[in-house]
Design a protein around this ligand. Structure first.
Ligand SMILES: C[C@@H](NC(=O)[C@@H](C)NC(=O)CCCC[C@H](NC(=O)C[NH3+])C(=O)[O-])C(=O)O
Length: 351
């Protein structure tokens, strides 16, 4: 059927598979015409043994990119800047190429190298080296500009955190305010996202929260508790803290037109393929996944030390899913967690 009931056994199986692949715990929260459903497995704290809890907060990683994209697109809606203008028009001399436009940043087509490739080439040493550091935007951009560009502007999709660091710089330049203030004023307060915050450079997660556990590169090495960090290496590209309910609310509000004009939402959801499977796409700070049942879901994934996140909704906002596993640097756990999407949005597989 076009709008099947979620397969909750399938959701639970995907969460358990994430655990079987190295996550201490995992959880999911679904909204739909038939109400809210939650599932949680394992622990949110390996020392206390506290059970995973769908009311607990965690670091959402690159789901932050969708928050940053919404703020920037609201500014475009307000005429404060233009999507197809060169970034250098608003930040004179910042980028080495006047052809790089605002749209190139939001679609990962700028060619700016991703500084995290080198920063985290060795997972735990790289993390330990930055977990308490506070970077300026300029420092992060300089790390990227020290690397060769990956493509001519606009020529190809190449995911890069650098793009959303520059988006943060644009937001602060155009508004004269810190990005955290803009998230609050334009998204968090209007939608009453009571458990969503941007506390950079504070390292703590306030309230009931999930502890994150990073897998070292060395097989069999013990997990590293990576919960406390500044996430200053990511900022507007990945430093937001939220919880399952707020992510459901955010993605649903986005899809139902509460945050952007119809024209801007149309632009945001206009996608190009990111891989050869033709089932994964990227628009403006937003991913689209085409599921096996034909349903298209929009949202973002997140990877920050100790936390994998999926936050997606159907285009009409009738259904949404947020899912989290408290580990990272373990691709199989991330892929397993991704299995919640098919179960949530496609329902039970036909026998
Ligand atoms: C891909 C993902 N991107 C994000 O969420 C951004 C904020 N995170 C990254 O770029 C990963 C940084 C390294 C993580 C580390 N990996 C390593 O250190 C590998 N050596 C880890 O897995 O924790 C997204 O858009 O879905």
């Amino acid at each position: 059927t076009a709008d099947p009931a979620p397969d909750m056994e399938g959701v639970t199986a995907a969460l358990k598979a994430a655990m079987a692949n190295g996550a201490p715990g995992a959880m999911a929260r679904l909204t739909g015409p038939d109400g809210v459903r939650t599932r949680a497995v394992g622990v949110r704290d390996r020392v206390s043994g506290a059970a995973m809890d769908t009311r607990a907060r965690f670091r959402v990683g690159s789901v932050s990119k969708t928050f940053s994209s919404v703020v920037l697109l609201q500014l475009v809606d307000e005429g404060a800047l233009e999507l197809d203008a060169p970034v250098n028009r608003y930040l004179p001399g910042l980028l080495p190429d006047d052809r790089i436009t605002v749209r190139h940043l939001l679609t990962h087509r700028s060619g700016l190298a991703d500084y995290t490739d080198k920063m985290f080439a060795q997972t735990v040493p790289g993390f330990e080296a930055v977990r308490n550091r506070v970077f300026g935007y300029r420092e992060l951009l300089d790390l990227s500009l020290a690397e060769p560009r990956t493509t001519e502007p606009g020529a190809a999709y190449k995911y890069s955190n650098t793009n959303f660091v520059v988006v943060g710089m644009l937001i602060e330049k155009v508004t004269g305010k810190a990005v955290g203030r803009e998230y609050e004023r334009r998204i968090i307060e209007p939608l009453r996202l009571r458990h969503t915050s941007y506390v950079h450079p504070d390292t703590r997660i306030k309230g009931t929260h999930v502890r994150g556990y990073l897998h070292p590169d060395e097989a069999g090495a013990p997990l590293v508790d990576s919960t406390e960090q500044t996430v200053s290496w990511a900022q507007s590209a990945g430093a937001i803290i939220s919880d399952p309910a707020d992510l459901n609310t955010f993605m649903t509000a986005l899809m139902t037109g509460r945050l952007l004009s119809p024209r801007m939402l149309e632009a945001m959801t206009s996608v190009t393929p990111t891989d050869a499977t033709n089932t994964r796409f990227y628009g403006l700070g937003l991913r689209r996944y085409d599921l096996t049942c034909g349903t298209r879901v929009y949202g973002h994934t997140g990877t920050v030390q100790g936390f994998y996140t999926y936050a997606f909704a159907t285009r009409d906002g009738r259904r949404s899913l947020s899912a989290m596993a408290n580990t990272s640097n373990r691709g199989a756990a991330n892929t397993a967690l991704g299995g919640t999407l098919e179960a949530a949005f496609c329902g039970k597989k036909p026998a």
